[in-house]
Design a protein around this ligand. Sequence first.
Ligand SMILES: Nc1nc2c(ncn2[C@@H]2O[C@H](COP(=O)(O)OP(=O)(O)OP(=O)(O)O)[C@@H](O)[C@H]2O)c(=O)[nH]1
Ligand SMILES: [Mg+2]
Ligand SMILES: [Zn+2]
Length: 294
Amino acid sequence: MQQGKVIKAVGGFFTVRDQKGSEYLCRARGSLKKGKQTLIVGDEVIFNPHQEPSEESSGEGVIEKVLPRANYFPRPPVANVDQIVVVMSLKNPGCDWQMISRMAVMAEKENLPVLVCLNKTDLISREKLDQVYKDIEPYPYPVIFTSALSGDGTVNLKERLAGCCSALGGPSGVGKSTLLNCIQPGLSLQTAEVSEKIGRGKHTTRQAALLPLNNGGTVVDTPGFTRLDFKNLKPGQLAGCFPELEELRGRCGFRDCMHLNEPNCAVTEELNKTLNPMRYEHYKFFMKELSQRR
Ligand SMILES: Nc1nc2c(ncn2[C@@H]2O[C@H](COP(=O)(O)OP(=O)(O)OP(=O)(O)O)[C@@H](O)[C@H]2O)c(=O)[nH]1
Ligand SMILES: [Mg+2]
Ligand SMILES: [Zn+2]
């Protein structure tokens, strides 16, 4: 028996990398499937190697057991990551701030740190960029600006990915795979132009894959998505997934303040001061969505 990590999952086959870096194409033991245990990229597993890898081909084996997950991020499904990098482009497709907040909420629910990466800086003017700086003042997450085309900011991005496991997520066409190719050319990930007609990506990356970086980090490149629904989130849990609201909670008049129309609410008092109004709008929007769902 050996321990390894699932680095790819396609149609019931799992690529498992062991601690020495050898790869095995594995099936899951029947009892795992019966137990409705799903295996996802990032899972640590115990597997039985049937065939050792050779020069020409990867090894083969059977996964016997999945080790408990430190965390689980549902969209894209990945396990045991250390941070979520929300990638968005500033143009083509345009930046969807609400989607950034949506992904951040899901990460917060799993206690995962969030890094926001705004890509394609080469496509917008200096003035527009200055406006973006203003829009995110203040902002509860670190934001880095990159251009995979010119290379601007990509060294910074790579440094942020060193020594930990990061999942890159975001809509199709924002440049997730291009950024990874830029910071490590050998990866040769497939990329494709954004459709001129609809201004959206073409869903080029089809499966999540865990990739080692030469700075000790690992990254999961994931397929882009267009929609993201909150699953298993109750309205009462939402404020806890906005760090800037959570920080103010102790100062609200009511202990279970939802920060909507309550009197003596520290959040409504701090709006436009230490709180970003855009983020508060997202909070109200998500709150409505969660309340209507019930
Ligand atoms: N101008 C410009 N184009 C970029 C930049 N980064 C990526 N692109 C282009 O954007 C398009 C989409 O890039 P991808 O890397 O395939 O996007 P993705 O986020 O991986 O998309 P999916 O795999 O579909 O989720 C490609 O044509 C890239 O060349 C950038 O910084 N500037
Ligand atoms: Mg891609
Ligand atoms: Zn309040």
